[in-house]
Structures are given as C-alpha cells and as structure tokens.
Design a protein around this ligand. Sequence first.
Ligand code: TMP
Ligand code: MG
Length: 190
Amino acid sequence: PEGFLEVITGPMFAGKTSELIKRIERQIFAKRKAALFKPSIDNRYSEDKVVAHNGLSYEAFVVPTTEEGVRKIYQKTKEEGFEVIGIDEVQFFPISIVETLNKLADEGVYVIASGLNLDFKGDPFEVTKELLVRADNIVYLTAICTVCGREATRTQRLINGKPAPRDSPRILVGGREAYEARCRRHHIVP
Ligand code: TMP
Ligand code: MG
C-alpha cells in the first residue's frame, strides 16, 4: 500500500478547504475509497459538511476535538477500509492526532491534513507544525492581503474592526466578520 502524509497549510482565505475537497474528489473519481473528517468545533457553515469560504462543500464525518475524536478517525478509517482520508481544520485536534495520522500513513493510507500553520498572533499551531515536519508533501497556499493586495501569509483577527490584542483567546471560530488575510507588513498584533 502507498501510504502518504500530505499537509495543506497557509493562512485563512488561501483556499485550503477547497484544495482538500478537490484532492478528495479526484480520488473518488478514480474509484478509491475516500472520506473527509472535520472537527465538531467548526459549525460556521454546516454540521456535517466541510464547507469552504467560497461555498464549495463536501459531506464529512464530524468528530469531536478530543482524544475520543482522534480514536474515531483511526477506527472509522480501519473499519471502512478507507484508502484516502482528508481532515479539515486539523489544528483544532489534540496533539495525539500527529501520531495517529502518521501511523495511518505508515499503514498504507493516503492522509491529507488541512489546517492553519499560524494563529492570529503569528504563532505556530503545534499540531500543524508537527505534521509539517513529518509530511511527505506540503501544499503551501497563500491568500491576498486585504490592505495592499500582495501575497498574504498571515491571518489578522479583528474585533469591532480593530486588530485583536495578543491576550485574546487562541480559539475563536469565525469567517470574514472576524478575520482577514494579511501580508507580514500589514499583520498587526497590539
Ligand atoms: P479556515 O482555515 O478554514 O479559514 O478556518 C480557520 C478557523 O480557525 C476559523 O474558524 C477561525 C479559527 N481561528 C482561530 O480559532 N484562531 C486563530 O488564531 C485563527 C487565525 C483562526
Ligand atoms: Mg477552511
């Protein structure tokens, strides 16, 4: 079996989820057994679908962002004999998902994990970081800076239109009302 660990990463509004869906669909066209998983924390657009900011959506298994959720991903993949699995918003899962996904790849599964590399402060999400160094392939996507139109590699969090302070909580589920893609120069953390 050809196990493979692929990580799709970058800031928000870079097209990570669309890229994940596209890669899963290509496998389904090729008649391979494929499935998508997403954390239950992310209910922005749908309870049981992975939905990109552009509206593209795909059915998914919803799992909690707990050790139990990580176990479910492993069990379901084994039970159903999935050859390809995609995990969206991988940064929300506990760190144990790194070992689990790496193991699945070792056991022959083509694993595609999509998630943020950096939080709103520009600090790495540990899970994504640990997956990136183990990846067989990295798909690094960028967005467009909402201020200058240059390449955006950071995500700006906005509270009432103003940059969120460093002490604001790390996890805040949201979309365009709370976040913008920014370049390094226009990324502000007061
Ligand atoms: P996206 O990568 O599909 O655009 O979704 C990222 C999600 O992560 C979105 O719900 C906002 C959330 N988020 C945080 O919780 N903390 C952060 O620091 C950032 C940048 C995003
Ligand atoms: Mg997404």
